[in-house]
Design a protein around this ligand. Structure first.
Ligand code: SF4
Length: 409
């Protein structure tokens, strides 16, 4: 079967290293300006060079997002940024605004261009239009059904990319003024406060204080609330439909999220490419995806947008694990850098690439100097007895039942 790329988010250098280590073929990341995700870590020029070096050393691809919609006065700054980035050896810009596309063409004509999902491309005519404008790859609108993706593939030679995992948006990806209107934070600048997921009630003007709940069903009022996309069990259909790249959403997610989700999709994609007919969902993959912070999962619009594929009655994040720490190299030995507090006697899990997972009991926590400590603390480097096979870059987690917030650290 043809090679299909697994494309993972890289909100900062640590997440980039993690995504590569846990199986991504390519990563996408933002510069400090003009990439939607104003609150993600984003990269300055020095960090971009490091990112480029890391990707090149491993033969992986690096794409830079420039997918904001710009105002007239911003184009001189964009041209200056493009000029600055021109010597840097990376694989493509991801753009959405035709004005940005035209400016890249002028300043950095040789650079490949990918079209962002923000451009909402829903048909082959559109894909071919963008291809004629110099776009090498189109990230198709998330609203497409599988048979529509197949039809587009049959009518274009352009590379096609689809999202397979992560948050959905009730508006056409970020083309929504709700956040700007209610909070002054514009979704189109990567600042969405997600007000579509807040609780709402209806009040008739002459009855102040009498709220009528906006009910979808007996469980709640989340009429705009979307599920998270999860297509891990449908990779064979997507590969057979001819997509070139499978994209994981989430530049603002934690290192732990990037690691766990990337390794699941790596395992699933490898299995799918090796034996598409014999492919079956491994329960371990879904269990692993349940161990990261997520809203209820659905298949989005792939099989039609109605009902449970997209909308959820409950907006709460759930997860089955807490991110506890990262394994680092310290001289000849391995140490743990804490991300959350942990205690002696706790049972933790180590996760590594290729779905390597090992549970172990923390018998003693020691400082780098060897003193016994009552707990591991965020950011502190400590020594533990780790399971055999543990490697630098592995992550530690702790099982929890469910929490109402994200796992972003
Ligand atoms: S407010 Fe909701 S629908 Fe609008 S852009 Fe943000 S996430 Fe999307």
């Amino acid at each position: 079967m043809k090679k299909v790329e697994l494309l993972a988010p890289a909100g900062d250098l640590e997440k980039l290293e993690t995504a590569l280590r846990f199986g991504a073929d390519a990563v996408y990341l933002g510069t400090e300006r003009f990439g939607l995700r104003a609150l993600a870590g984003n990269f300055d020029l020095g960090q971009l060079r490091q990112a480029r070096d890391l990707c090149r050393a491993q033969g992986k691809k690096l794409y830079l997002t420039l997918n904001a919609w710009l105002r007239p006065q911003e184009f001189p700054d964009l041209a200056a940024l493009l000029e600055e980035l021109r010597p840097l050896d990376f694989d493509a810009y991801i753009v959405g605004d035709p004005g940005v596309l035209a400016t890249v063409r002028q300043v950095d004509a040789a650079r490949p261009l990918h079209l962002s999902t923000q451009a909402n491309t829903t048909n082959a005519q559109g894909v071919n239009f963008w291809a004629a404008a110099g776009v090498a790859r189109v990230n198709l609108a998330r609203e497409l059904r599988l048979e529509e993706i197949r039809a587009i593939r049959a009518a274009t030679a352009c590379e096609l990319e689809v999202f397979v995992h992560g948050a959905l948006c009730v508006a056409y990806s970020g083309r929504c003024l709700l956040s700007a209107a209610l909070t002054g934070r514009e979704a189109n600048r990567g600042l969405c406060a997600h007000p579509c997921r807040w609780r709402y009630a209806l009040m008739e003007e002459t009855r102040p204080g009498e709220y009528f709940p906006v009910e979808e069903d007996e469980r709640g009022t989340y009429v705009f609330n979307s599920r998270d996309l999860c297509l891990v069990e449908h990779l064979p259909e997507l590969v057979a439909a001819g997509v070139d790249s499978l994209k994981i959403e989430g530049r603002m997610k934690s290192v732990y999220y990037v690691a766990a989700v990337t390794r699941v999709y790596r395992a699933a994609l490898d299995r799918c490419l090796a034996d598409p007919r014999g492919f079956a969902l491994d329960p371990e993959w879904r269990a692993e995806l349940d161990k990261v912070s997520h809203r209820p999962y659905g298949t989005g619009f792939l099989f039609g947008g109605e009902g449970a594929g997209v909308h959820a009655a409950d907006s709460a994040y759930v997860r089955a694990c807490d991110f506890v720490g990262v394994v680092r190299e310290e001289g000849e030995s391995l140490v743990v850098q804490g991300r959350n507090r942990f205690l002696p006697g706790e049972t933790l899990e180590i996760i590594g690439p290729a779905m390597r997972t090992a549970a172990f009991c923390v018998n003693e926590i020691r400082s780098l100097e060897g003193d016994s400590l009552p707990a591991g603390q965020p950011n502190r480097l400590v020594r533990l007895t780790l399971p055999e096979g543990t490697q630098a870059g592995d992550l530690l987690r702790r099982p929890v039942k469910s929490l109402g917030d994200t796992d972003q650290i």
